[in-house]
Design a protein around this ligand. Sequence first.
Ligand code: ADP
Length: 165
Amino acid sequence: MAEGRLAVCPGSYDPVTNGHLDIIGRTANVFDSVVVGVVGQAIRKQAALFTPEERKAFLVEATADLPNVRIEVFTNLLVEFARAEGAIAIVKGLRAISDFEYEFEMNQLNRRLAPEIESVYVIASPDYSFLSSTGVREMATFGGDVSDLVPAPVAAALAERLKRA
Ligand code: ADP
C-alpha cells in the first residue's frame, strides 16, 4: 500500500515519553505517514531497560489514535532502514543546544550515506524540552512520580520493573 510522503522518526524510546509523542504527532500532521523506528540494538553502553518489543508495544498503544503512524523495530543502519521504508525524510526532535551538536554530526554522516533522504528537525515544545527517557528512568528509580511525563502504561511498567530491580 502506498503511504505517500513518508517520514521516519528514529529513537531508542526506552521508554517513550510525552515529549516523543509530541514530536510523532506533529510529524504525523505534516507528512502523509510516519514510521517510528525503534532502535533494536543498543549503541550506548548503558543497557536498555525495556526490550525492543516492549518499547514497540508501548508506542503502538500510545499512537493508536494516529492512523497514519506505524511502529517498527530496526537493527540495521538508520539510512538503510529509512530507504527500505521509502522515506523521504528522517525527523528528529531537538530539545537543547546539546542535542544540536550530536545531531549536526549525525546529519553530515547520514547526508553522505543517503543524500536523497532529508533530515528534518522539530523543536521540542516548551512543556517537554526538559524531558528525556534517561531522566524519566532516573526519576522512577528513586520513586519519583512520572505519571505526567509518560503514557499511563509506561508509568505502571516503570514502577513494576524498577521495583523488582
Ligand atoms: P532520549 O534522548 O530521550 O533517550 P531517543 O533516543 O529515544 O530519546 O530519541 C528519539 C528522538 O526523540 C530524538 O530525535 C530525540 O531528540 C527526540 N526527543 C526525545 N525527547 C524529546 C522531547 N522531550 N522533546 C522533543 N524531542 C525529543
